[in-house]
Design a protein around this ligand. Structure first.
Ligand code: NAD
Ligand code: 9ON
Ligand code: ZN
Ligand code: ZN
Length: 344
C-alpha cells in the first residue's frame, strides 16, 4: 500500500510503497477514507534527533476515519463495512482514567510504549490503518468522513479544553481564542454551540480572522503588541473569563496572562513550547493555567453529535495522498484555511 512517512530527521515526508498490514489479535484494519493534517505533525518533524521519540519511519496522520476492512483474531463489536472515526489517544484500557474513557490521561501508556496512530504507531496517511482495539472506533453515524475526520483532534481537543472551563463561561462572559487555524476555527464554533460567551478571536493573519468571523466570532483582534489593551477595552477592563491559546508561543501565553480576568482560566493548548509562570504576582487572583491534552472518548461522541446537529462544521481543504507533501508545506506556511484533509 502507499503511505506518507517521515523517514529521516529533518527530511520532508515521503510517499512510499510499504506492505499492507495484517490485523493481529484484537486489532481491526480500516480502509482509510480520510486523514487530517495537524500542526503537531510539523512540531514532531522539527525535533532534533535527541528529542525525537516517535520512531522512524513514521507513517503520519493522527486524525483518522475509515471503513472496517478486516478483523483480527478475537476482535468483535464491529463489522466489515462499518464507517468509523478513530479515537486517537490510545491508553492501556485498564487504569482509572482509561476506564472513564479518558485515555488521553492514561497513566500507563508511556511506560507500556502505547502511542497514538501517527504519533508513534503507524498513522492514517496510508491506504490502510491498524487500530489496536475496537473500543477506539466510534461509528460515524451518517457523517461524511472527509468533513468530519478532524473532529477527532481539531474538534475533540478544543471541546475538551472548553468543557473543562464551562463554569467560567456564563452568559455575559468573554472567551478569547488565540490562533484560528485547524483547532481554533472549531473552538469558535464549539463556544457558540455550548456557551453564551462573547468570543474574541485573535490571529496574526487577516484571512484567519475573516474565517473566525464567518464561523461565529463576535470580535476579532490582530495578534500584535496592542492586542492586550484592545481586548481589555472590549471587555470593559475586566478581561476574559477564559482564554484558549492554540499557539502556545512566548507572545501568546504572555497575551493570555495579560487578558485573563480575575478568577479566570487559561488553557494552553498549542505546543509552541512557551511556559506561563503562575503565582501571586504573575497571574490575576484566582486565575488557573492548564495545558490540556486531546480529549476523552465520550467527548468525541459529543463533538460528533454537534456536527450531526449542524452546530459545528470543519472547513476542509482536500488533498490526495500524492498531494500530501504539498499539503504539509502549505500548512507550514500558514496557507491552509481550516483543516487540510488527505483522501487516500
Ligand atoms: P494551525 O497551523 O492550523 O493553526 C495555527 C493558527 O495560529 C494559525 O491560524 C496561525 O495564523 C495562528 N498563529 C500563529 N502564530 C500566532 C500568534 N503569535 N498569535 C496569534 N495567532 C497565531 O495549527 P493547529 O493544527 O490548529 O494546531 C494548533 C496548536 O495546537 C499547535 O501547536 C498544535 O501542535 C497544538 N495541538 C495541541 C493538542 C493538545 O492536545 N494539546 C492537540 C492538537 C494540536
Ligand atoms: O494531537 C496532537 O496534535 C497532540 C496532542 C500531539 C502531541 C504530541 O506530539 O504527542
Ligand atoms: Zn493533532
Ligand atoms: Zn490507562
Amino acid at each position: 500500500m502507499r503511505a506518507l512517512q517521515y523517514r529521516a530527521i529533518g527530511a520532508a515526508p515521503e510517499l512510499v510503497e510499504i506492505e499492507t498490514p495484517e490485523p493481529g489479535p484484537g486489532e481491526v484494519r480500516l480502509k482509510v477514507t480520510a486523514a487530517g493534517l495537524c500542526h503537531s505533525d510539523w512540531f514532531l518533524m522539527g525535533l532534533p534527533a535527541e528529542q525525537y521519540v516517535y520512531g522512524l519511519p513514521l507513517t503520519l496522520g493522527h486524525e483518522a476515519a475509515g471503513i472496517v476492512d478486516k478483523l483480527g483474531p478475537g476482535a468483535s463489536g464491529v463489522a466489515v463495512g462499518d464507517a468509523v472515526a478513530v479515537y486517537g489517544p490510545w491508553g492501556c484500557g485498564h487504569c482509572h482514567a482509561c476506564r472513564q474513557g479518558r485515555e488521553n490521561y492514561c497513566v500507563n501508556a508511556a511506560a507500556l510504549g502505547i502511542a497514538p496512530p501517527g504519533l508513534g504507531a503507524p498513522g492514517a496517511m496510508a491506504e490502510y490503518l491498524i487500530v489496536d482495539d475496537v473500543r477506539h472506533l466510534v461509528p460515524l453515524g451518517g457523517l461524511d468522513p472527509v468533513e468530519c475526520v478532524s473532529l477527532t483532534d481539531a474538534g475533540l481537543t478544543p471541546y475538551h479544553a472548553i468543557s473543562s472551563s464551562l463554569s467560567k463561561l456564563w452568559p455575559g462572559s468573554t472567551a478569547v481564542v488565540i490562533g484560528v487555524g485547524g483547532l481554533g476555527h472549531v473552538a469558535v464554533q464549539i463556544l457558540r454551540a455550548i456557551t453564551s460567551a462573547t468570543i474574541i478571536a485573535v490571529d496574526v493573519d487577516d484571512d484567519k480572522l475573516a474565517l473566525a468571523t464567518e464561523v461565529g466570532a463576535h470580535r476579532t483582534v490582530r495578534s500584535d503588541p496592542d492586542a492586550a489593551s484592545r481586548i481589555r477595552e472590549l471587555t470593559g477592563g475586566v478581561g476574559a473569563e477564559a482564554v484558549f491559546d492554540f499557539v502556545g508561543a512566548a507572545g501568546t501565553v504572555q497575551l493570555a496572562r495579560e487578558v485573563v480576568a480575575i478568577d479566570g482560566a487559561v488553557q494552553i493548548v498549542g505546543i509552541g513550547g512557551a511556559t506561563l509562570p503562575t503565582g501571586f504576582f504573575s497571574t490575576p487572583f484566582g486565575a488557573s493555567v492548564r495545558a490540556p491534552y486531546w480529549g476523552s472518548r465520550s467527548e468525541l461522541e459529543e463533538v460528533l453529535d454537534l456536527a450531526r446537529s449542524g452546530s459545528v462544521r470543519v472547513h476542509v481543504e482536500r488533498f490526495s495522498l500524492d498531494e500530501a507533501p504539498e499539503a504539509y508545506r502549505r500548512l507550514h506556511e500558514g496557507d491552509i484555511r481550516g483543516r487540510a484533509v488527505v483522501v487516500p
